[in-house]
Design a protein around this ligand. Structure first.
Ligand SMILES: Nc1ncnc2c1ncn2[C@@H]1O[C@H](COP(=O)(O)OS(=O)(=O)O)[C@@H](OP(=O)(O)O)[C@H]1O
Length: 285
């Protein structure tokens, strides 16, 4: 790690690393957030496909929703800002279950939890770290791999995050969407999302959504939509160019050495042995 030190851009809250873009005061006040019953929370570990699913929801013609910035991004004025949204709010967050504001759980708001193969997440996160001025400098994949393995990255360990949601996966107000299943059959998964949100959608509307939210289309439109720092769903940058990289399943194979694969698989087997969420990554290895 070089020029930008960990401590200049990161801090720890309840043992988990956060960017200084999430103020300690805001994190300390999460439980004072007032949810609305019709709020929808889009929850994920970073790099799991949040922008993709957000775009799907935005494109549902009958949705009448507003996508807000992440709940944990910014300072204490955040909750006042979130009150100004009149339409149904879709609120992204990378918080683990235990950190999610109490009121969201009490009101049983709808939650979409997005999962993705952690090896692909690690590679995506590496590029994001490397190019993001708001995160510590990372020189090499090997350096990042070690940090990811230990959970010494923003939002902490991928394992802890996914396992924190594991025991709530069958709750009626929680829908699990997987990046790999979206890739394989976007129409089917978009239908799952609309049904879960109680929204009607025709087959031709679904086809339109599939097209508008394809990786190529989203990447091409990035320049137009980019860089309104007041309206970003990225908790770690307002530069959307950093988000749309490759949009593929299995890119990890180009980065993991055979030793890294073995080490990661051993940890995965140990940590995820009782996890049913893991089955959503398809052919994990
Ligand atoms: N439409 C579409 N189709 C397929 N893949 C897509 C799409 N949109 C975003 N992506 C890929 O999702 C990765 C970014 O995840 P997030 O949006 O969760 O990132 S962030 O944590 O909110 O910054 C990142 O993955 P990688 O390409 O592997 O880096 C994006 O490219």
């Amino acid at each position: 790690m070089s020029s930008k030190s960990q401590s200049s851009v990161l801090h720890k809250f309840k043992g988990v690393i956060f960017s200084t873009m999430s103020s300690e005061e805001l994190l300390n006040s999460l439980d004072s957030f007032e949810a609305r019953e019709d709020d929808v929370f889009l929850v994920s570990y970073p790099k799991s496909g949040t922008h993709w699913i957000a775009k799907v929801i935005e494109n549902i013609p009958s949705a009448r929703i507003t996508l807000t910035p992440p709940i944990e991004l910014g300072d204490i004025s955040k909750f006042e800002e979130l009150k100004t949204y009149c339409e149904r709010r879709v609120i992204p967050t990378h918080l683990s279950y235990s950190m999610l504001p109490m009121n969201i759980k009490q009101k049983q708001c709808k939650i979409i939890y997005i999962v993705r193969n952690p090896k692909d997440i690690a590679v995506s996160f590496f590029h994001y770290y490397r190019d993001n001025p708001n995160l510590p400098s990372i020189e090499t994949w090997h350096e990042f791999f070690e940090l990811f393995l230990k959970g010494d990255v923003v939002y902490g360990s991928w394992f802890d995050h996914v396992l924190s949601w594991e025991e709530h996966k069958n709750a009626k107000n929680i829908l699990i969407i997987s990046y790999e299943e979206m890739k394989k059959d976007p129409s089917k998964n978009i239908k799952k999302i609309t049904t879960f949100l109680g929204l009607n959608v025709t087959d031709s509307e679904i086809n339109q959504i599939v097209w508008k939210t394809s990786f190529t289309e989203m990447k091409n439109n990035t320049a137009k939509e980019n860089c309104d720092p007041n309206h970003t769903i990225c908790a770690l940058t307002s530069n959307r160019n950093l988000v749309f990289r490759k949009g593929a399943v299995g890119d990890w194979i180009n980065y993991f050495t055979s030793k890294q694969k073995r080490v990661f698989d051993e940890l995965f087997t140990e940590k995820m042995k009782h996890s049913e969420l893991a089955k959503h990554f398809g052919d994990y290895s």
